[in-house]
Design a protein around this ligand. Sequence first.
Ligand SMILES: NC(=O)c1ccc[n+]([C@@H]2O[C@H](COP(=O)([O-])OP(=O)(O)OC[C@H]3O[C@@H](n4cnc5c(N)ncnc54)[C@H](OP(=O)(O)O)[C@@H]3O)[C@@H](O)[C@H]2O)c1
Length: 384
Amino acid sequence: MKKKIIILGSTGSIGTNTIEVIEKNKRDFQIVGITAGKNVKLLAEQAKKIKPKYIGIADKRNVEWFTKNYDEKENYLLFSGENGLKEIIEECEADLVINGLVGAVGLIPTLKALERRIPVALANKETMVIGGEMVSELAKKNKTEIFPVDSEHSAIWQCLIGESIEDIKRIILTASGGPFFEKDFEELDCVTVEEALNHPNWKMGKKITVDSSTMMNKGFEVIEARWLFGIPAEKIEIIIHPQSIIHSMVEFMDGSVKAQMGFPDMRIPIQYALTFPKRENAQWNRLDFDKINELTFLSPDLKKFPCISLAYKSLEMGGTMPAVLNAANETAVSLFLEKKIRFTHIPIAIEKAINEHKAVKNPNLKDLLESDQWARNYVKEIFV
Ligand SMILES: NC(=O)c1ccc[n+]([C@@H]2O[C@H](COP(=O)([O-])OP(=O)(O)OC[C@H]3O[C@@H](n4cnc5c(N)ncnc54)[C@H](OP(=O)(O)O)[C@@H]3O)[C@@H](O)[C@H]2O)c1
């Protein structure tokens, strides 16, 4: 029997890579649902090839264009608008949800899938930043698995197979350092959007690429690792590894360190999340050790990249604070991409939001969503 897959965010970088991986493994998987935000042209192309039963379009204004241009005879169910993603998960018949959405919008579909005991292959790290505790508790309660897709968390997951959590001394998250790793602190004030989008090793969506340039992405990954693996923040460290060959490491009590390596290609962790516990053959690039001259490691510069400390701080403060961290960051990154604020304004806005917010302890979903909305409004107001 083929595994039935829903891809949330099928038009994005993770989504299109997932479709490619599944096309190479057609024997085992069938895509039954795809969703887009705005890119309905690509969604229609994907739908013509895949003929999914469930289709989601976030922006209702795009539905008319889509239905005119996708006049397939096949029956399909269309979900749209604010509740579209939630409804698609509530109604679909699926064995696995791939969450390739970007931003806070990924939280509710993850929760819905886990409520229905549908396992989730999770790329949407914002889910774990905002609601990590709630999400991991629900997964545990419903005995439903979350398979990490982020390359670092896939690496840690692979290093932990056969190991016991109590034996972990520390988790070492590797970071490429992003495009500004060699710049001086003073130079960051005038970097451009185009420079921030020029990631040295990975081709990804715009938001995560900017997050990599501020290193907020690594801060988010600390929070993600905290909840995915149940490891306290003080045991999670970041190291700059510019070659992006080692995707992360785990050090154990006895001094032994396990690392997972591979060519920097998201199709590898995506395929592993789909085929786990099996591995499938793949044709993509492999590491050629004759061509790797060196593997280097450096400590991150916390003064140059304050987002790292802000992420640790929000995790320590807990409750609704990581949701504020995330929403303040999302809003500031959008403003930066629209060229309305400077690069260095991003951490300033986040810090102000964190200092201003009174964290609600043991938050429910409503508290998390209200704090998210508060932080978005707050950051917009700073820059009016
Ligand atoms: N890309 C990577 O290599 C990579 C690696 C590790 C982790 N991740 C994580 O994976 C997630 C996705 O990243 P990405 O790079 O694939 O992002 P992306 O290329 O920007 O794709 C995001 C997807 O989400 C959809 N979307 C955006 N806003 C939406 C909304 N409000 N409602 C519904 N759908 C919406 C987009 O639709 P439209 O394009 O149609 O608007 C697109 O399909 C992020 O959390 C990122 O941090 C990505």
